[in-house]
Write a protein of this length. Structure first.
Length: 126
């Protein structure tokens, strides 16, 4: 098993994306080819789970399209992912937040995690 993981590290390097987890709102810039044209589609939603490790890891993003919830599973090592932006950090107590599927409206909101702001040093007057 260790040889497989070693080969995986050597031959399939994973791109570096920002750190995100379940509860975070992210935008995935996904490359789509239609015929001979290529465009980038932005898919914005809440991460409801991360699964796996290394190059086989995946993450699931859920968004509301009208009144219908749409979930999409992205492999982390996909060559079609152009970039990932973290819009908001969510404060949740679980690694997999499937309970969002049954919720609508205000009960489906996730509280935003507030990051402490470093105190600015006072500028000395000369």
């Amino acid at each position: 098993m260790d040889k497989i993981k070693q080969l995986e590290k050597e031959w399939a390097p994973v791109k570096q994306y920002p750190d995100f987890k379940a509860g975070d709102t992210i935008t995935v810039h996904y490359r789509i080819s239609e015929g001979n044209k290529e465009r980038i589609q932005q898919y914005q939603g809440v991460v409801i789970q991360r699964k796996g490790s290394g190059s086989t890891a995946t993450f699931t993003v859920r968004k509301m399209s009208g009144n219908v919830g749409v979930e999409r599973i992205f492999p982390i090592a996909s060559p079609f992912i152009d970039q990932i932006d973290v819009n908001k950090r969510g404060q949740v107590n679980r690694a997999r937040i499937f309970y969002l599927r049954e919720r609508r409206g205000k009960s489906a909101r996730i509280q935003e995690k507030r990051m402490p702001v470093a105190a600015a040093e006072p500028v000395s007057a000369k």
